[in-house]
Write a protein that binds this ligand. Structure first.
Ligand code: NAP
Ligand code: FE
Length: 366
């Protein structure tokens, strides 16, 4: 057996976990640079909790609250310049995947004035600043991954940094902050987590440990899927956050696959939310895999506690309602971009561009 498992992030999950474990941040330095989106971190109480924990630990801080969804390289460069001027010792990302991913890139760039090629491929001349992640959506798992996904206008897609230096040192997961997520964000992010668990399970890089984590994540998400369009209570919110973290640990080892490659095109060119993009393509992607290996798809359906793939399709159709319309020329454009993505090689069977075009066409034109 050959196994590599690496998970350097200290995880604290539970109500009030930030204030209860505030002292953990003392080892990271005297000055924090907090990175958030425009408004949600203020509204859901997470920013106040982090500020109180820093004050209790005698750590100074400044706040950059201008991260947009699908953050661009230019924006993280702008924030990193400020972090450098502020002489920050470590970076705290609070929010969905966008502020957490931005925090990781800022931690690289605050310590290293490097061009885009080095930013994406490394190695970095100086040590990356330590990172603390506080997820307020239950979806990306970014709090436990070595990925930062940025909008890359030169490449006309979303490009990923994948580097062990950007694993957060600490992740604080308190589901209280997710209680007032708008329904569409709850749904989209949960389906992103499901994509990670499913793709990780199917990945060419899957291991016994990653598949165990993916199985647990799918078992929980299968139950949650059935209540996502209702009022989601605290217990379910905590389960979603836990399952999303497990799925993050999965993709930290397996990477994502063609489903995410195609999803990036839908987000880049049509501004479709990341989780929704994956969810709209998921059924046809699984049908494509099933042609070669029906038994692995049966296992996924079982873990989700569903009768068959059709039940998953009905569930996704119900959650996502009307689909966007996509033209034939867009299908060509999106599949041509997706086939060049790094994560394509994790897909079994390896798809051709025509295969991807077929998946996109069947997902949107039926
Ligand atoms: P997001 O872009 O971070 O946030 C989406 C929206 O939700 C924003 O409007 C945000 O508002 C709001 N929001 C966040 N938390 C909230 C809360 N608790 N209550 C109310 N509103 C809240 O969405 P996301 O789906 O979490 O992240 C998507 C990004 O993560 C994409 O760029 C994707 O590529 C990336 N991703 C990364 C990984 C990884 O391993 N690194 C994995 C998968 C996806 P504000 O702007 O005001 O905060
Ligand atoms: Fe994702």
């Amino acid at each position: 057996m050959i196994l590599k498992f690496f998970m350097p992030t200290k995880v604290f999950l539970g109500k009030d976990c930030i204030i209860d474990n505030a002292a953990q941040m003392k080892a990271l330095g005297k000055k924090a640079f907090i990175v958030t989106g425009k408004s949600s971190a203020k509204a859901n109480g997470s920013l106040t909790c982090v500020q109180a924990a820093l004050q209790a630990s005698g750590i100074a801080y400044s706040v950059f609250d201008r991260i947009l969804s699908n953050p661009s390289i230019e924006l993280v460069r702008e924030a990193a310049k400020i972090a450098r001027e502020e002489k920050a010792d470590f970076i705290i990302g609070i929010g969905g995947g966008s502020p957490m991913d931005a925090a990781k890139a800022i931690a690289v760039l605050a310590a290293n004035e490097v061009d885009d090629t080095v930013l994406f491929l490394g190695p970095y001349p100086y040590p990356v600043l330590p990172i603390v992640a506080v997820p307020t959506t239950a979806g990306t798992g970014s709090e436990v991954t070595q990925y930062s996904i940025l909008t890359d206008d030169r490449q006309q897609t979303k490009s990923s940094i994948a580097n062990e230096a950007i694993f957060p040192q600490i992740a604080f997961l308190d589901a209280s902050y997710t209680q007032n997520l708008p329904p569409h964000v709850t749904i989209n992010t949960a389906i992103d987590a499901l994509s990670h668990a499913v793709e990780g399970y199917l990945s060419a890089k899957a291991t016994s440990v990653s598949s165990m984590l993916a199985s647990e994540s799918m078992t929980i998400l299968g139950k949650c899927l059935k209540v996502l369009d209702e009022k989601v209570d605290f217990a379910a919110r905590e389960q979603l956050l836990y399952a999303s973290m497990l799925a993050g640990m999965v993709i930290a080892h397996t990477g994502t696959t063609a489903l995410h490659s195609m999803g990036y095109s839908l987000t880049y060119f049509r501004d479709i939310d990341h989780g929704r993009a994956n969810g709209l393509l998921m059924y046809e992607y699984l049908e494509f895999i099933a042609v070669q290996d029906g038994s692995i798809i049966d296992k996924i359906v079982n873990l989700l506690n569903m009768e068959n793939l059709g039940e998953l399709k009905n569930c996704l159709d119900k959650l996502f309602k009307d689909k966007e319309s996509i033209t034939k020329s867009e299908i060509q454009q999106f599949s041509a971009k997706a086939i060049q993505a790094k994560n394509i090689i994790n897909t079994i069977p390896l798809p051709s561009q025509e295969d991807l075009a077929g998946i996109i066409e069947r997902s949107f034109c039926r």
